[in-house]
Design a protein around this ligand. Structure first.
Ligand code: MRU
Length: 353
């Protein structure tokens, strides 16, 4: 089995359901869920059954379509009003990844642009738009992979945090896409170090799973081992994903990413953020404006243990993301090229608005 063959979020053949791979069950079980109701789709995104910024965007687009497909009205205005209501509801499932609201806004805008057509035609247009978002994500991820690949050398040691691989997108991933491209070129000697990524273990459960199945020499390490591996010269380059990039190049990614960047700066290891341009939020001047999701403390105290691993009643800090300062970032790899500082100027030159 190759992880590239796993579908993260697709539409069922009859168009009635959003099908997602339930990533909470990985690496032990590969199970798909068929979702039709807005509450199920909201829950799947909120509970990280589908996760990773671009995959969340694809799931939201198909999710909005399958819910809208069931609207019984033939009145355009009420169809669009209901569509907006569901879009706003799904948008509350996770706050940090900008791709969620980006995809939902794109779907609503498409319906509004075609408001003069009949409701069945608008539904058809929405289905095509969601297909387009998924297809574009594959092309974009591949292109990020090509640019990232240009930075690799045979035998490179790559460190990644969380999972920004094929499971986080429609295919290829962002941070792990360069590895898939290297494999296509027949490179067999890359080493990938996966931070386990407490508390939800996306690095252990997802990145290590993907890389191992791809036939890559894969090492799993606890998050607090980064400084060790970097100090030993085992890592040549760091690739991480992003949930939202601000105009100045600050970016939010999985909790712990900023610590990796600080350590990388100390050891002089190039640190790259890999993100589609849809993750770049030019409306935000800096990363301090990115909303950070705070999750339930049970994820830290209880979730992975046979018995509770912290005293009852202890207060828990559980932010899902942190912001890496742009001064720590060597470059931001997008599908349009690699942006180098000053990032706002580079983004503008790439036509990102
Ligand atoms: O909470 P998650 O698992 O959705 O967090 C995922 C990340 O932080 C990824 O690095 C990011 O979404 C980029 S995915 C290409």
């Amino acid at each position: 089995m190759n992880a590239l063959d796993l579908e993260t979020a697709i539409l069922s053949d009859d168009g009635k359901a959003l099908i997602i791979l339930d990533q909470t069950l990985l690496p032990n079980r590969i199970e798909y869920l068929h979702l039709t109701k807005k509450e199920e789709i909201w829950e799947a995104i909120n509970k990280l059954r589908v996760r990773g910024a671009p995959a969340i965007g694809v799931a939201a687009a198909y999710g909005l379509y399958v819910v809208a497909r069931d609207f019984q009205t033939s009145d355009n205005a009420s169809f669009i009003a209901s569509l907006k209501e569901v879009a706003s509801y799904l948008d509350t499932s996770r706050p940090t990844a900008v791709n969620l609201s980006w995809a939902l806004k794109r779907m609503v805008r498409k319906a509004e642009e075609n408001a003069e057509k009949n409701v069945d035609e608008i539904k058809d247009i929405l289905r095509k738009e969601a297909d387009g978002i998924r297809a574009e994500d594959i092309t974009i991820s591949r292109s990020i992979g090509e640019y990232g690949f240009s930075l690799l050398r045979p035998g490179s040691g790559i460190l990644t945090h969380c999972n920004a691989g094929t499971l986080a997108t429609a295919k290829y991933g962002t941070a792990l896409a360069p590895v898939y491209i290297a494999l296509e070129h027949g490179w067999k000697d890359l080493r990938v170090y996966c931070d386990e990524t407490r508390p939800l273990l996306q690095g252990a459960r997802l990145s290590a799973f993907e890389m191992q199945h791809a036939g890559v020499e894969t090492y799993l390490q606890c998050d607090n081992m980064v400084s060790y591996t970097l100090s030993k010269g085992l890592v040549d380059i760091i690739f991480v994903g992003a949930d939202r990039v601000a105009r100045n190049g600050d970016f939010a990614n999985k909790i712990g990413t900023s610590g990796v960047a600080i350590i990388a700066k100390h050891y002089g290891i190039p640190f790259y953020c890999c993100a589609p341009s849809s993750s770049i939020d030019m409306s935000l001047a800096s990363g301090s404006l990115i909303p950070i999701e705070e999750r339930n403390g049970d994820e830290v105290t209880t979730m992975w243990y046979r018995e509770r691993m912290a005293p009852e009643g202890v207060k828990v800090v559980n932010p899902a993301f942190d912001v890496t300062d742009h001064s720590l970032v060597t470059g931001i790899i997008t599908e349009k090229g690699i942006a180098y500082p000053p990032f706002d100027e580079a983004f503008t030159a790439m036509g990102i608005v």
